[in-house]
Write a protein that binds this ligand. Structure first.
Ligand code: S3P
Length: 176
């Protein structure tokens, strides 16, 4: 390891499977899973959609950074699933890299579209043309996700178990 914490951080676009993979990986590695979106919702006592509607995206981004700052105090190894936009801020990328090994779950716009069709909980994907929105945002973020990651897992069309196996194998390679 590179002199930093031993946690695992899952990053990737909305609908890339961070929550699902996070749960399966937490069983496999027998460690706690924490979802920063859920932590923010709990602390704020309202949903992300409400936070965006009432205080705007910038306020939410501030909360993401505040929560990341707190995570460095966690001592036992954990898996952190962070929101799709978390790596956008340079400060957040630094914070997640300090936390441990960063895993990017890479999916295509088509996969995101199919998984999140009809979803009302992602304020950034609401509107007349969600596919166009997904393509634009993913296009803007792809390079950022790549650069933030230690491990990139191609998640399109794969079952959860297979992705978990790939992650476990890659983690072993990282810790050699
Ligand atoms: C966002 C992703 C969401 C949530 C918020 C903004 C983004 O989390 O943090 O709606 O900017 O990509 P998920 O990636 O868990 O959907």
């Amino acid at each position: 390891m590179r002199g930093r914490n031993d946690h695992i951080i899952l990053i990737g676009f909305m609908g890339s499977g961070k929550s699902t993979i996070g749960i399966a990986l937490s069983y496999k590695l027998q460690c706690v899973l924490s979802d920063t979106d859920k932590m923010i919702e709990k602390k704020e006592g309202r949903s992300i959609s409400e936070i965006f509607a009432e205080n705007g995206e910038a306020y939410f981004r501030e909360k993401e950074t505040e929560f990341l700052e707190k995570l460095k105090n966690e001592k036992t190894r954990q898996i952190f699933s962070v929101g799709g936009g978390t790596p956008l801020r340079e400060e957040n990328r630094r914070l997640i890299r300090e936390l441990g090994t960063v895993i990017y779950l890479k999916v295509s716009p088509q996969t995101v579209y199919e998984r999140l069709r009809g979803d009302m909980t992602r304020p950034l994907l609401q509107g007349d043309d969600p596919m166009e929105r997904i393509k634009t945002l993913l296009g803007e973020r792809e390079e950022i996700y790549r650069e933030a990651a230690d491990i990139i897992v191609e998640a399109d069309g794969k079952k959860t178990a297979q992705i978990v196996e790939e992650i476990v194998k890659a983690l072993k390679g990282e810790n050699k």
